[in-house]
Write a protein that binds this ligand. Structure first.
Ligand code: HEC
Ligand code: HEC
Ligand code: HEC
Ligand code: HEC
Ligand code: HEC
Length: 243
């Protein structure tokens, strides 16, 4: 008897399932993308246990960010300073201030073993991978550049209390990854607040940006890569951030 259905029809259930899964993922992603609340958490400014001011320390006194956030160039987390760092000065400066009572308490108990319970402000979910050090220097040879703290955290040097200034949403990450040139600066300007590039730098920044491959770079999608393979949006990077 002649076959009513062609042989490949046997595979349609599986193909259909794969299609539904892929279609579903794409749809879920599209909904997420367009519905993603661009402004989530912007302005979040919790009360801290000690009235520490960035405006005073990083602004007026010009203490470099890395004096306190020592791991920012070395690892995923910038780190918040241990009591010891504050005590380098506050063993002498304002040593009887009631505003520093909790600092002295933390120090008295095992020289800062009992750390101050600073309230965390910036946080990306665990399913997304972020690494500070990857943003503090990239490119090769002459073509080195970095992203300044200011691009992602705003003018911290003017904040008495730190507040979140950027959404930290996926679309925010990808917006910069698709066009990093305007955000690039030389490595020695990472912590400089209010830094602006001159014409020569801006030109160089575009040349450097063309050598970069941040995950999710939309402008890189749809191109042939060095191996002659077509790079689609998906192959250009979901797993760069979702590992
Ligand atoms: C004298 C030490 C010191 C210096 C200098 C300093 N910070 Fe901080 N920073 C802290 C402390 C302590 C906290 C935690 C309390 C708070 O949020 O205010 C903090 C918190 C932060 C946070 C929020 C962390 C979170 O929970 O998400 C950011 C962002 C930040 N600092 C960026 C900077 C930048 C950028 C600079 C340089 C312009 C800088 N800091 C300079 C001590 C310092
Ligand atoms: C490089 C020195 C230095 C470091 C490091 C430092 N401070 Fe200060 N801090 C000062 C000076 C100077 C003042 C201002 C004193 C004044 O107003 O005359 C000050 C003021 C303060 C005040 C206000 C005190 C008051 O009574 O008005 C607080 C709170 C404070 N610092 C907390 C911290 C904390 C927390 C850290 C560690 C994360 C820290 N400081 C690290 C030098 C430092
Ligand atoms: C490309 C964007 C970007 C740049 C540049 C950047 N940060 Fe962050 N920062 C973030 C994100 C995103 C988080 C939340 C990370 C997480 O949840 O793991 C964060 C968290 C932090 C935190 C709190 C948690 C931690 O990692 O310890 C501190 C402190 C901080 N940043 C300081 C800095 C300083 C200082 C600089 C500049 C030297 C800087 N950041 C540059 C995006 C950035
Ligand atoms: C202001 C611009 C900017 C923002 C915002 C930004 N990035 Fe990046 N990111 C870059 C640049 C530039 C690179 C370097 C690309 C290279 O080395 O080729 C990079 C590289 C990366 C890498 C690759 C690191 C590696 O080890 O290869 C990851 C992962 C990453 N970013 C995650 C994120 C996430 C997650 C966010 C949002 C929470 C984010 N980035 C926000 C500019 C940015
Ligand atoms: C540059 C880094 C980056 C790339 C590339 C990236 N993501 Fe994300 N993604 C994030 C961050 C950061 C979040 C968390 C955003 C937030 O908290 O608002 C996120 C969140 C999501 C969520 C939302 C999950 C939830 O529970 O809300 C989905 C779904 C998602 N990503 C899928 C994808 C897919 C599919 C791709 C590839 C096409 C992709 N992502 C590429 C950084 C990235």
């Amino acid at each position: 008897m002649a076959q009513i259905f062609p042989r490949w029809a046997n595979q349609t259930p599986t193909l259909g399932m794969v299609g539904t899964l892929v279609g579903g993922a794409v749809a879920a992603f599209a909904v997420y993308w367009w519905a993603s609340p661009y402004n989530t958490d912007v302005g979040y400014k919790p009360k801290q246990p000690i009235p520490y001011s960035h405006k005073l320390h990083a602004g007026d006194m010009q203490i470099d960010c890395r004096y306190c956030h020592a791991y920012v160039e070395r690892g995923p987390h910038a780190g918040v300073p241990p009591t010891q760092v504050c005590m380098n000065c506050h063993q002498q400066v304002k040593k009887d201030s009631p505003n520093l009572a909790k600092l002295r308490e933390s120090w008295a108990e095992g020289k800062g073993d009992k750390s101050i319970p600073w309230v965390r402000i910036h946080k990306v979910p665990d399913f997304a991978y972020f690494n500070h050090s990857a943003h503090m220097g990239f490119g090769v040879g002459e073509n080195r550049a970095a992203i300044g703290c200011e691009s992602c955290h705003g003018r911290i040097d003017t904040m008495v209390e730190v507040r979140q200034s950027q959404p930290l949403s996926m679309s925010w990450c990808i917006e910069c990854h698709s066009d990093p040139a305007p955000q690039l600066r030389p490595l020695d300007a990472i912590t400089k607040m209010g830094w602006k590039g001159d014409l020569a730098w801006n030109e160089k920044a575009h040349a450097i940006a063309a050598t970069l491959h941040p995950p999710g770079n939309l402008s890189g999608a749809g191109k042939l890569n060095a191996d002659g393979k077509l790079e689609t949006y998906a192959s250009a990077g979901c797993n760069g951030c979702h590992r």
